[in-house]
Design a protein around this ligand. Structure first.
Ligand SMILES: [Zn+2]
Length: 283
């Protein structure tokens, strides 16, 4: 398997590499231990796309050959034990909007055009429907309620993080599934690390209130800051009541592993998309 670079060698179990044939993907043991979901986070390996999309690109809208993207989805479906007809994609625009996924949404944004726009979070209590969200440095947030058998998946870049996307999803699951924060299991997935994520004063300013002070580190360049999106999202989930022992936090940075994971920063935007998949098992 690819020699993954980790930012923290103390916690190699928070996220693990798995393999099926040539396809490599990442999983959170903590989510697996709930016993109620199938999930994964994709890598660039095991797909059929070429060039800057090589090889496992899951975006239909970045210029890749659509037949290649369809084949990539089929291969991921095989790993999850489903097919693209039973997947539902977000339509991300850095909002905190969440869509309640029903059976009628099956295939949305994957086998047929998306019927909605501006959706950065997906939630459902229907088994056998895989939720799909997209990444190339932004933060994937996974939520599993093993008690009420419900799931949520959210895209949280810096805008989503400032707006508290993780807390929005927990509240949404409370309202729709009677979820209790103390029973949720959450994972903060592969994304850009503090060392790689330089931000401007304008962005830094928005993290001065409502977040721990150390989410902002002194910049390597004058007038710049390093932003810790992992710690910022972790603080949001802790504050909303998810116990620390129910939470897995990535130590895998997309920008540190640009051959293995798509990174917007590392590729200067010449890239495909990674994707997070989360599906309730049939009980
Ligand atoms: Zn990094």
């Amino acid at each position: 398997m690819y020699p993954l670079s980790r930012t923290d060698s103390r916690d190699t179990d928070s996220i693990q590499q798995r393999q099926k044939g040539e396809l490599e993907y990442l999983v959170f043991p903590k989510l697996e231990e709930t016993g109620v979901v199938e999930h994964l986070f994709t890598t660039r390996t095991g797909g059929v796309s070429n060039g800057i999309y090589s090889t496992m690109n899951l975006s239909f809208s970045r210029g890749d050959d659509l037949e290649c993207v369809r084949e990539n989805y089929r291969r991921i479906g095989e790993v999850l034990g489903t097919d693209p007809e039973h997947m539902v994609a977000s339509k991300q625009t850095h909002t905190t909007n969440i869509h309640l996924v029903t059976k009628a949404d099956a295939g949305n944004g994957i086998t047929r055009p998306s019927v909605y726009d501006d959706i950065d979070g997906l939630a459902t209590d229907i088994p056998g429907i895989a939720l799909v969200t997209f990444y190339a440095d932004c933060v994937p947030l996974y939520f599993v309620d093993p008690v009420h058998r419900a799931i949520g998946l959210a895209h949280s870049g810096w805008r989503g993080t400032v707006a508290g996307m993780g807390a929005c999803m927990v509240r949404y699951m409370q309202e729709h599934f009677n979820s209790r924060p103390e029973e949720l299991v959450a994972a903060i997935g592969p994304s850009i690390c503090v060392d790689c994520y330089e931000v401007s004063e304008e962005v830094a300013e928005q993290f001065r209130e409502g977040f721990p002070e150390d989410v902002l580190q002194p910049g390597k360049a004058p007038g710049k800051y390093q932003l810790d999106l992992w710690k910022a999202n972790q603080s949001i989930l802790l504050r909303v009541g998810i116990p620390p022992e129910h939470m897995a936090v990535t130590n895998v940075c997309t920008c540190h592993n640009p051959e293995y994971l798509f990174s917007h920063r590392a590729s200067h935007g010449q890239r495909g998309n990674l994707a997070a998949f989360l599906m309730l098992k049939e009980s």
